[in-house]
Design a binder for this molecule. Structure first.
Ligand SMILES: O=C(O)CCC(=O)C(=O)O
Ligand SMILES: [Fe+2]
Length: 301
């Protein structure tokens, strides 16, 4: 990056901070973040800010001394996410999987679509895909604040390895961390209704911030028929202009035609399987046929 680029991006960032608030700033962020150069420029500006005040930039974080994953090196994962958009090899120890699963079964979540009107409910109240015999549930979600009550999840939020990977990939300490967990439920709803109730089953990329990275953990065993996560390797870095200027959702055909089906990976694995992802890659959920799927995410911005 040249001195001029740095100058312009610093000016842009200062302007963004001063002039735009709320929705405008978010719209600007979504626009800039679509472009690799925009994301890199933001990273550079943030890392420069950080180097001027290293202590302040991680003041908002609690970082534990020991990682629950042992002595792994963050840099290996950072390189792999940069190259592929995804990196494997950080799996959740079984006692933590059990703790999170238990939490998910005993803590209120909320649904999409008509079932949202029922307010919060326990997942055990959903029988045969229906909440209280009334409304279909395809996706049930736990909010960030609800998940703060789970000790195992807090340990992950404060995990030094995960934070180092986030920092390495973003180029700066994450300014925001969100917890997210969701059940995708067995469903035989018609395709259109399924897509309305669980939008992530449509291929899409997310722009949650200028830069972002997340770690996903399967909390239930996942095979081809129990709702695997599906994604297109390397698509975080390669998008045709047409896709950058159209909505984030695309049809399977459009994605396969551009990237080739061989770039698609269907992620199956035992409970505890973890993987990092740049959510700017094309990815989607799939509808389980045999078993409900529980997925935990820690999202870094
Ligand atoms: O549930 C999944 O596998 C995908 C979820 C997703 O697309 C997201 O959280 O952004
Ligand atoms: Fe997504």
């Amino acid at each position: 990056m040249t001195t001029n680029t740095l100058k312009y991006s610093t000016a842009l960032s200062t302007l963004t901070d001063r002039l735009w608030t709320g929705d405008q700033a978010r719209a600007m962020e979504r626009l800039i973040a679509r472009f690799s150069l925009g994301r890199k420029a933001y990273s550079l500006v943030q890392s420069q800010r950080e180097s001027r005040n290293p202590t302040a930039s991680k003041q908002h974080l609690t970082i534990r001394d020991q990682s629950v994953f042992g002595n792994l090196t963050a840099e290996t994962y950072v390189k792999e996410i940069r190259r592929e958009g995804v990196a494997f090899g950080v799996n959740l120890p079984d006692p933590m999987v059990k703790e999170v699963y238990q939490y998910a079964c005993t803590t209120p979540c909320s649904a999409t679509g008509e079932a949202r009107a029922e307010g919060e409910f326990l997942i055990t109240e959903v029988k045969n895909g229906c909440l209280r015999d009334k409304h279909p549930v395809a996706l049930a979600e736990f909010s960030d604040s609800t998940l703060m009550g789970c000790e195992a999840i807090e340990k992950l939020v404060q995990d030094p390895l995960l934070l180092q990977v986030a920092r390495g990939y973003l180029g700066y300490w994450p300014t925001r961390i969100l917890r997210y967990m969701s059940w995708t439920m067995i469903s035989n709803l018609p395709d259109e209704q399924q897509k309305r109730l669980n939008e992530p089953v449509i291929y899409h990329y997310d722009i949650p911030g200028y830069n972002s990275v997340r770690i996903y953990f399967y909390i239930t065993d996942v095979d081809t028929s129990s709702g695997p996560h599906v994604m297109i390797k390397t698509s975080h870095d390669k998008k045709p202009l047409k896709m950058l200027f159209s909505p984030c959702q695309q049809t399977d055909d459009a994605v396969h035609n551009y990237y080739g089906k061989e770039q698609e990976i269907v992620i199956e694995g035992k409970r505890g399987l973890g993987f990092f992802q740049d959510p700017f890659c094309f990815h989607k959920a799939t509808t389980p046929i045999t078993k409900d799927r529980l997925l935990l995410q820690i999202r870094y911005f």
